[in-house]
Design a protein around this ligand. Sequence first.
Ligand code: SF4
Ligand code: FES
Length: 248
Amino acid sequence: MKLTLKIWRQKNPDQKGKLVDYNLNDVNPDDSFLEMLDTLNYELIVKGENPVAFDHDCREGICGMCSLFINGRPHGPDRGIATCQLHMRRFKDGDTVYIEPFRARAFPVIKDLVVDRSAFDRIQQAGGYISVNTSGNPQDANTVPIEKTVADAAFDSATCIGCGACVAACKNASAMLFVSAKISQLALLPQGEVEAKSRVANMVKQMDEEGFGNCTNTGACEIECPKEISLENIARMNREYLKAGVKG
Ligand code: SF4
Ligand code: FES
């Protein structure tokens, strides 16, 4: 396939960026989107030009590092996958593909398509640890029976890979889907009950301090999330936050 790529190039956080055109004349439809960018970078390096900086690690939908805004959508046109799981057969010969970084005030661009998502790390750190000892002396799982539907809901929340697509998709750059998933994975389980109040209060406070916007129930986050994290998590987080605010 022949493709025209319009890629956001930005030298560093302090300089203005712009879209730059590149042409690829022999794209393999079976390549992944990141392999297509590898091919472009190989060509740029051979020509003595700067390769395009982009984030990636596992390349199998697990780590949450890949974070491209493709034709106006985080992780591209398909639902339920990360950028690394997108394949070039999803595009047509002659297509023009716009590739930009995730955009949000709390995710400043470091270079080209790489953004700084350490705000997510600080929110998780603010949540702290659980005090239940789970290392070296694990309880038999059956000693704490947990209803299957509850265990499944906690597991679904825990599948959030922290990619930030929810923020990039949201007109308010809200991080509430991410934060609510991280709160829910513990709030649903007895092991998370001890610190439940301080966890939700501290994580929401940190989320606000990082400059993320608020949720106005648009739902774009759920649609663009590669792990299809449900909006129900946001409702649960709001209930947990209200409970944490009740004294006594
Ligand atoms: S909720 Fe979904 S979109 Fe948001 S960080 Fe987690 S996996 Fe990514
Ligand atoms: S590179 Fe790990 S999720 Fe895409």
